[in-house]
Design a protein around this ligand. Structure first.
Ligand code: ZN
Length: 56
């Protein structure tokens, strides 16, 4: 799994389909045909910032 935002590999799994990128500090949820990207606020709130098409 690589980060859909920065393409980095510093990605950790935090849920069934949920990942966290340590490079750009975003969480993303992998869906069937797209990836929803969330920014993590200081209080832990997830704010949707982008939606990208899943590769393959
Ligand atoms: Zn990233």
């Amino acid at each position: 799994m690589t980060c859909p935002v920065c393409g980095g590999r510093e990605v950790g799994k935090v849920g069934a389909r949920q990942y966290y990128c340590h490079d750009c500090c975003v969480e993303f949820v992998v869906r069937r045909d797209r990836i929803q990207v969330y920014q993590v606020e200081d209080d832990g709130t997830l704010v949707a910032v982008a939606e990208v098409k899943a590769l393959g």
